[in-house]
Structures are given as structure tokens and as C-alpha cells.
Design a protein around this ligand. Structure first.
Ligand SMILES: [Fe+2]
Length: 258
């Protein structure tokens, strides 16, 4: 993977913002087709970098539709030397087979990251698992709540392929899906609201070792929170103690926004 200092380990140790590596593609036709040994070496680098710097040293794994699924991750962690928590496989709900494997992975101690922007009603994603349903299914299958996370992949590129595998366009990951899937977890899947919130906040912060600065409302922690109505209308957003949204409208704009 491209680095700043010449090594992934040094990047993690020397640069405060760098807490691991990712996304590293696996079982995807767009990956650099690394071998299991390549992945293992990278994990060793991030692990030691994380230990030296007191960070997670986690690898965010971009999981593709490839038939091998999580095979390499099981292989690399089989002997127990590198713990499963060193990896955070994401997009696990992109197809049913990968999703089933990720439940097994998480039951054996790993994390599973559901991508909220993956939508089975999109053309080409018919085999995907709706994010809110994925969270429910994982809980029902016995995955510990603390090992389920969700992220949006917001603004990520989402290429579209035809049946022959030819790229026919590029979509954009939607960050609004996080809120929609949060609502659906509670309203459609009957997941208790305090559990659903953890999947989007506390669990993520803990997996990335940025808890308790993030992922909790407590003295000395960042004040990141939202205020919603009883029927899940977003009213207010606070980020690091600053109010960003009032009455559902953004009141702070980015540098290039009018
Ligand atoms: Fe990805």
C-alpha cells in the first residue's frame, strides 16, 4: 500500500492521524491480488506499529465478491498469533455467502463491519443483505453486539458492472444511509435503540481504539451527538462540542460550500 514514510509501521508510529491501514482489498477483482503471506506481513506491520504507538493498528479490509471470501483471514489468524481483532472486514453484507462467513468470523472473535450504503434494491446488488436486516441477523445468530459495526462508505466510489464484468458506470456512496439504517434497525427490526446506537458509535470507537475520546457521552470525551424526534426526524447534530445542524438544517458549511 502507498505510504508516507516508506513503511506502514513507521506511518502508524510517526503520524498521529494514522491508526492502521485500509482499505486493503481482498477477494476482489480490483485488488492487487496479494498472497496470504502478503496480508500476514502487513498485519504484522500494523500490529507492531499499533503496539509501539498505543493505537489500534487495525486493517480495514475491503471485502469483494470473490469466491474466496474471508478464506485468507481465517487462514492468517488460524494459529492465533495474529488476533482476529487486528482486522475489520467491511462490506460484509455485499452478498449472502460473504455475510454468512462474516457471522462465523465474528462468532470466533472477529469484528464485522456492515456497509450502510449497500442496498439490495440497487441494480447489481440483488444478492446483498439490507444493512438493518444484517445487523438483526447477526445478533440473532449469536454474534456479540460489541463485534458488530456499521459504516457508510459515504462518498466512496461504487462502480457498476454488467453481467460480463465490464464497468458501465460509477456511483457515489451515500452517507445518508447511516441514519436510514439506524432508523430501520429500531423501527423495522426491533433492535433496542441503545443497542442500535452502539453499532454505529461505541463499537466502532472501541474497535478502532479511539474510545473513550469517541463513542461515548462523558466528561473529557468529544461531544458528538444527534438529537432526533420520536419519529426519527434528525433535529440537531453536535460534533466535537460544536453545533452543526439546527432544525434539520446545516448551520456550519464547509470551506467550498455556499
Ligand atoms: Fe471498499
Amino acid at each position: 500500500t502507498p505510504t508516507i514514510t516508506g513503511s506502514v509501521r513507521k506511518d502508524i508510529v510517526m503520524i498521529d492521524k494514522i491508526i492502521g491501514a485500509g482499505e486493503i482489498a481482498m477477494s476482489d477483482h480490483r485488488s492487487g491480488q496479494p498472497t496470504a503471506q502478503d496480508y500476514r506481513r502487513l498485519a504484522a506491520e500494523t500490529r507492531v506499529g499499533g503496539m509501539i504507538s498505543g493505537k489500534a493498528g487495525i486493517i480495514n479490509m475491503h471485502m469483494g465478491d470473490g469466491r474466496n471470501g474471508l478464506k485468507y483471514l481465517f487462514e492468517i489468524t488460524e494459529d492465533g498469533e495474529i488476533p482476529k481483532t487486528q482486522f475489520l472486514p467491511t462490506h460484509v453484507n455485499r452478498n449472502k455467502r460473504l455475510f454468512a462467513e462474516s457471522i462465523e468470523w465474528a462468532k470466533q472473535g472477529g469484528y464485522m463491519d456492515i456497509t450502510s450504503g449497500i442496498d439490495p434494491s440497487h441494480p447489481g446488488s440483488e444478492n446483498a443483505v439490507k444493512p438493518s436486516k444484517a445487523a438483526k441477523a447477526a445478533l440473532d445468530a449469536g454474534v456479540p453486539l460489541s463485534h458488530i459495526t456499521m459504516s457508510s462508505d459515504g462518498n466512496g466510489s461504487m462502480p457498476v458492472f454488467d453481467d460480463a464484468g465490464n464497468p458501465i458506470g460509477v456511483g457515489v456512496g451515500d452517507q445518508h444511509s447511516m441514519f436510514t439504517e439506524f432508523r430501520d434497525m429500531v423501527e423495522e427490526e426491533d433492535i433496542a435503540i441503545d443497542q442500535a446506537i452502539q453499532i454505529l458509535s461505541t463499537n466502532v470507537a472501541k474497535a478502532l481504539h479511539i474510545h473513550p475520546k469517541k463513542g461515548i457521552l462523558a466528561p473529557q470525551s468529544d461531544a458528538d451527538f444527534i438529537v432526533i424526534t420520536d419519529d426519527f426526524e434528525l433535529q440537531r447534530v453536535w460534533a466535537r462540542g460544536q453545533q452543526m445542524v439546527e432544525d434539520g438544517q446545516a448551520i456550519v458549511k464547509g470551506t467550498f460550500e455556499a
